[in-house]
Design a protein around this ligand. Structure first.
Ligand code: FAD
Length: 294
């Protein structure tokens, strides 16, 4: 079944996002996390890919997506950023994934890597996710998802322009959208309303990140695209130097967010797991106890 059809069943679909580790130890720990979270029967799991990565990083990435699908028998979604890749490189990645039976792509622009100041985007590369989405859709064989930004993408001149661009991506073939992380549900609901008003009808899946580190989340949100509400900021300031207490605040906040989102009818929740299972597991268990997950 296509992921987009899963979202139409009516039960909230839970999914998990992982990133490819850099070390063997990281892989061991990731496989343990996946085994832990597999028991929660996710609709799919997704694996991020760095924009403009080396060819060996790329092939490790693709191998991980394939392994999850083949050996762990979970539906894999491969994130595919176009930034830094030529059309030929994109085509090769799609061929490898397709031959291995991976059928789902999250088509992204990506960002130029900050640690590579002389980074160059290939001349024939795609500049925006809608161009990549069209390319994948024309080749066929994949179900395509896209990213969206309840608090507006940091490069967009304004919210209206961002919405026009989002529509372009959906018209090009994105069948569902996963949001950037957000901590204020009202921002999601306002965004959803604007998206529907623009005639975009595909499922919009909230991306939720349980906070596990105050410094980490400040770094992430400083890049733009999501903000920390004052009330949460206050709670975090009180636990900043205490990792266990931070985890508790993060779990409690994300659980309340998910509860309201599910009660108001979202089709699914996508957890940014940061390759760790305890916070996501606890939120899932709490939602189950509330009778919000089947
Ligand atoms: P786009 O949809 O191309 O939008 C980027 C900006 O350009 C926006 O401001 C938009 O308004 C504007 N724009 C779009 N189309 C046009 C157009 N045709 N003309 C003019 N302006 C346009 N990054 C990674 O590198 N790897 C990952 O695995 C990854 N996973 C992600 C998962 C999720 C759920 C999310 C939300 C983001 C992820 N990202 C990832 C980050 C993402 O790549 C960056 O946020 C990037 O800056 C934008 O990607 P996009 O696909 O949304 O771009």
């Amino acid at each position: 079944m296509n992921i987009v059809d899963l979202y139409r069943i009516g039960e909230p679909i839970i999914s998990f996002e992982f990133f490819p580790p850099k070390t063997d130890r990281g892989y061991q720990s990731l496989y343990k996390t996946i085994a832990d979270l597999e028991a929660l029967q996710p609709g799919f799991v997704s694996v991020t890919m760095g924009a403009g990565g080396s060819s060996s990083a790329r092939s490790h990435n693709v191998d991980l997506v394939i392994r999850i699908q083949r050996e762990l028998r979970l539906t894999s979604v491969a994130h595919l950023p176009c930034m830094g890749f030529s059309q030929g490189e994109i085509a090769n990645i799609l061929d490898t994934l397709g031959q291995a039976g991976v059928r789902n792509i999250l088509a992204l622009r990506g960002d130029p890597p900050r640690e590579t100041p002389d980074f160059q985007h290939p001349e024939d590369g795609f500049n925006f996710a809608n161009e990549l989405t069209s390319f994948i859709a024309r080749r066929g064989g994949f179900s395509i998802a896209g990213a969206c930004y309840p608090e507006v993408h940091p490069d967009a001149s304004n919210a209206e322009a961002d919405l026009v661009n989002l529509k372009r991506k959906v018209d090009a073939g994105a069948e569902f959208l996963i949001t950037q992380l957000f901590f204020d549900n009202q921002k999601f609901f306002d965004f959803e309303k604007r998206v529907r008003g623009a005639g975009i009808e595909v499922p919009i899946i909230p991306g939720i990140m349980p906070i596990t580190s105050v410094a980490g989340i400040r770094r992430m949100t400083s890049l733009g695209g999501s903000s920390i509400p004052r009330e949460l900021e206050k709670e975090l300031a009180g636990v900043e130097s205490n990792p266990e207490a931070t985890l508790e605040v993060g779990i409690a906040w994300a659980t309340l967010q998910c509860r309201e989102l599910i009660q108001k009818g979202v089709a699914g929740i996508h957890f940014f797991t940061l390759n760790r299972s305890p916070a996501t597991r606890r939120i899932h268990n709490a939602l189950e106890e509330m009778g919000l997950l089947g």
